[in-house]
Design a protein around this ligand. Structure first.
Ligand code: 3HC
Length: 294
């Protein structure tokens, strides 16, 4: 069954990026948020991103208008009934995700593919909440979605090969590079990236080097676009803590555990770039390392 209409659950940072790339790739796209305010915020951010692409002459004004014409925002789950694939990008809480899947299971046709953008939960734990485990996959995008090429396409032991292939080709049709992943918490990237960021925080706690020098070391020493602290701030420290906590529960391995410094920063509302302060202060033109008393 060819995919024509895409539903996106959640229009936050990830959901709005996913909706943007789907609309740009030619799909009728319905983005759903719980209330008008977050929906308008997400839709404005898509308009802004598309506007920047036009300014940079990477997109014609006509193509921008066509992409926006394919995009609808809604707060009603019923509006996702006719979608061929629904991609979920809401808060990283299994029960919240499963409540939506249960409702959509009754609203959508039996062929509709359900895809989760979860970063650390398992797809099987969502498939089990539906009557369509064969049509449940993972489609894990990376932030910023319009820029990052990778999509992890995840199959559970219950996923139909045909549904998996459709999801894989769909990811490719968005201009992404899909990889095949088994349904284990963190898939490939977060399995390796989360302990890396946690280790960087432990190195900082131990006084191995300063925040800026650890970042510079990893950026210049390994060619990463961002050092681990700039990246952790970019991902969000609360998000890192939440993902690490889920992976710790799954694997019972200390390398996923949040170091005390991370927990204290979160208690103080230091969530990284989104709150203006994390390992760096973002109030000026350039990020400045925060004195963490180490
Ligand atoms: N949205 C859209 N486009 C963006 C953007 C954003 N938030 N941030 C940057 N860009 C675009 C810029 O406009 C620019 O486009 P251009 O080449 O057409 O002019 C291009 O990206 C490069 O941006 P900059 O020149 O400003 O800066 P950089 O060269 O430093 O690139 C970056 C920015 C792409 C964010 C780069 O630093 C990078 O790749 N960082 C690593 C990001 C990463 O690792 N993401 C994964 C996080 S983990 C995750 O998402 C998984 C989750 O489960 C936790």
């Amino acid at each position: 069954m060819p995919i024509k209409r895409v539903g996106v659950l959640g229009c936050g940072l990830m959901g709005s990026g996913i909706a943007q790339v789907c609309a740009m790739a030619g799909y009728e796209t319905v983005a759903r948020e719980v209330a008008d305010e977050p929906l308008q915020k997400g839709m404005k951010s898509i308009q802004k991103q598309l506007g920047k692409l036009v300014e940079k002459e990477k997109l014609s004004a006509g193509d921008r208008d066509a992409a926006l014409g394919r995009l609808t925002g809604t707060t009603r789950l019923e509006d996702l009934a006719g979608c061929d694939i629904v991609i979920e990008a809401i808060v990283e809480e299994l029960e919240a995700k499963n409540a939506l899947w249960r409702t959509l299971d009754a609203l959508c046709g039996p062929e509709t593919i359900f895809a989760s953008n979860t970063s650390s939960l398992t797809i099987a734990d969502m498939a089990a909440a539906t009557k369509r485990p064969g049509r449940m996959v993972g489609l894990h995008f990376f932030n910023p979605v319009p820029v990052m090429k990778l999509v992890e396409v995840v199959r559970t032991i219950a996923t139909d090969p045909q549904a998996f292939d459709t999801a894989f080709q769909f990811a490719r049709s968005l201009g992404k590079e899909p990889i095949v992943c088994k349904d284990s918490s963190g898939f490939v990237v977060n399995l390796l990236l989360v302990p890396y960021m946690m280790d960087a925080i432990r190195a900082l706690e131990q006084g191995v080097a300063t925040t800026a020098d650890i970042d510079k070391g990893m950026q210049l020493g390994t060619g990463h676009p961002m050092g681990p602290f700039i990246l952790a701030d970019f991902v969000g420290l609360d998000t890192l803590d939440r993902i690490g906590g889920i992976m710790l529960g799954e694997y019972n391995e200390k390398r996923y555990a949040s170091p005390p410094l991370l927990k204290r920063m979160i208690s103080l509302g230091m969530y990284g770039r989104k709150s203006g302060r994390g390992f760096y202060d973002y109030s000026g033109p350039e990020p400045v390392p925060v004195d963490l008393g180490i």
